[in-house]
Design a binder for this molecule. Structure first.
Ligand code: GLA
Length: 384
């Protein structure tokens, strides 16, 4: 029996009856970190790894959700006037249901059995995959029209307003709009996007540092506040500035004195990173893989020194990777303070890279780093 049939079978055992199967992928970001909530550019790709949900409608206006990973079932009333978070996995499910309803989407009650092969807490967006799979299932079961950008925004809102993490839209957007063998260049202000082919001479290899720092959530919100402070100060002298997206390096050279030393460095990361993303997307599509790799390396330095979101183990992984022949670029991917690196590796060097990075990282840190050769996959959808 395949994994899909097994999930439907579990649904029969837990809730009884037949179910439809939905899936939504995690994502890896090639370049463009923390630029999304500054109205800027990002270049993620959806992963083959997904959250899977077997779901069926039920007559009462209640949601029952069972997580196979957590081995728990939770039940919510869709008409609860004051839904409150429980601070566990179910907040992503409930938060999405709450925000879809606030967006006037007439969803109904449902039973959900949830499974996932997206690694948790690794910067590969397991939470966005859960949100988007939930949202896609609830909309489809209620026969509501498919609007992927609107769904991504409701899922982001669930995380911002229900879970309390002030994330941008990248992860949910990539999970909704991903396409096989493509990265997505997203303009996070206009929400326009372009599918970017990845030159066949390279592979994206993800290395999991296995480090997860608890401060990730709180430091994320601190970075966001620092960006807002930069905008508040700069817009006093540059009236056209609404977000750091509107700021150039020239502006920072002239008016950087208005910012504290730390806030200036945060702003400099965002301004330079936006430029790198656009150039990297063009380079990747044109087969200029060395240029793309160089921009990824520069991005890592900027995250490490200006935005200060890397950590010791991630820097070790990036440094070790950079010394292996055939590695064009390596950088941390995702929100920061641990998680994964993404490496742009020539096809014929992937095998050697895998063996050498695993061995040298283990020797340096004592940690075994799981590797994933990424084949960008499709965005959310019905799976059976
Ligand atoms: C997390 C957030 C995204 C984005 C990245 C950093 O994944 O959910 O919105 O800000 O961090 O690029």
């Amino acid at each position: 029996m395949g994994a899909r049939d097994a999930l439907i079978e579990r649904f029969r055992n837990i809730f009884g009856g037949e179910a439809r199967l939905y899936r939504a992928p995690g994502r890896v970001n090639l370049i463009g970190e923390h630029t999304d909530y500054n109205g800027g550019f990002v270049l993620p790709a959806a992963l083959e790894q997904c959250t899977w949900i077997a779901a069926a409608p039920r007559p009462e206006r209640r949601l029952r959700a069972h997580s196979l990973r957590e081995k728990t079932t939770l039940e919510f009333d869709l008409d609860d006037p004051a839904p409150t978070p429980r601070h566990d996995w179910s907040d992503y499910v409930r938060g999405v249901a709450v925000m879809l309803q606030r967006d006037n989407q007439a969803i109904g009650g449902a039973d959900l059995v949830i499974d996932s092969d997206v690694p948790i807490g690794s910067g590969l967006s397991s939470s966005a995959a859960l949100e988007v799979a939930t949202g896609f299932a609830l909309l489809d079961l209620a026969h509501l029209p498919e609007d992927r950008t609107r769904l991504a925004l409701s899922c982001q809102r669930a995380e911002n307003e229900f879970v309390g993490m002030r994330c941008g839209v990248m992860d949910q957007f990539a999970s909704c709009h991903g396409a096989a063998d493509r990265a997505l260049l997203i303009d996070c202000r206009s929400l326009e996007f372009r599918l970017t082919p990845i030159d066949p001479s390279v592979r994206l290899v993800i290395c999991n540092s296995m480090v997860h720092h608890e401060l990730a959530g709180s430091q994320y919100n601190v970075r966001r506040a620092q960006c807002e402070e930069a905008v508040a100060r700069l817009s006093a002298v540059l009236p056209g500035v609404r977000e750091l997206r509107d700021v150039t390096m020239d502006d920072l050279t002239r008016h950087g004195g208005l910012l504290s030393e730390v806030v200036l460095r945060r702003a400099r990361h965002i301004v330079t990173e936006n430029e790198r993303v656009v150039r990297a997307a063009d380079a990747l599509a044109a087969g200029e893989v060395e240029t793309c790799g160089r921009l990824m390396r520069e991005s890592h330095v900027s995250m490490r020194d200006d935005y200060e979101i890397s950590c010791k183990e991630i820097d070790i992984l990036v440094d070790l990777a950079s010394k292996i022949p055939g590695v064009l670029g390596a950088r941390m991917t995702g929100g920061g303070f641990g998680g994964c690196t993404i490496n742009l590796v020539r096809v014929d060097a992937v095998e050697r890279f895998g063996a050498e990075i695993a061995e040298s990282y283990k020797a340096a840190t004592g940690i075994t780093a799981p590797l994933l050769v990424c084949r960008p996959g499709a965005g959310a959808g019905v799976a059976n």
